[in-house]
Design a protein around this ligand. Sequence first.
Ligand code: 13P
Length: 252
Amino acid sequence: MARRIVIAGNWKMNKTVSEAVELAKAVVAKAGEAPASVDLVIAPTFVCLTEVAKVLAGSRVSLAAQDLHWEESGAFTGKISAAMLVSAGVKYVIIGHSEQRQFFGETDETVNKKVKQALKHGLLPIVCIGELLAEREAGQTDAINERQLKGAYAGVSADDAKKSVVAYEPVWAIGTGKVATTEQAQEAQAFIRKVLVDLYGSEVAEIIPIQYGGSMKPDNAQGLLAQKDIDGGLIGGAALKAEDFIGIAKGA
Ligand code: 13P
């Protein structure tokens, strides 16, 4: 079975509701320019999900959320549940983004709880992992990625793992304009695939798309996406312009 190519736009804390609707419309209008085999996904903020879902209805673009909480419901002020996301028309959910890990106390353990909760509700997790610059410089890249990956998938069955996407986002490349070289990204992602083989065997590991994320742009996407273990992208800044986002997808 061929691996899917998933190009996802993480809009982070950008766009008001009306701006998000406008951008979503522009993405839908251009979606036909991307190869038919590519899965296109956009992740606006929570408050924009229901309005953006209306724009995406009947299009080839899927809706993602940027996070969820691992409990079903209750006294968790400020949090959003899996059932709420499903009710808003969400298909994918980004989990464990480095900004959540760095600024909001996300740990391997909370990532694992969120992955399990998403899968329980039929949401497809986009599991983010990646090393800091200091960790890369200390030669710990593979060890960090292995720890984060094994933490995220602890107790997750092979059948559930098949529904997930991994996003390798070297933290030093996020929003810095400093993209990983195709060799750096491929090397890290081949290692990530090997860890998935350890966890689930090669048949399952071959199915799980591994995205690259970090300063991906239309002019560097093609080289990255040509690599054997790079099966898409998780795009921040460039996803805020429909032309650039679809330009990246065209590189697949
Ligand atoms: P940039 O594309 O802005 O570097 O962000 C990458 C990212 O964090 C996507 O989740």
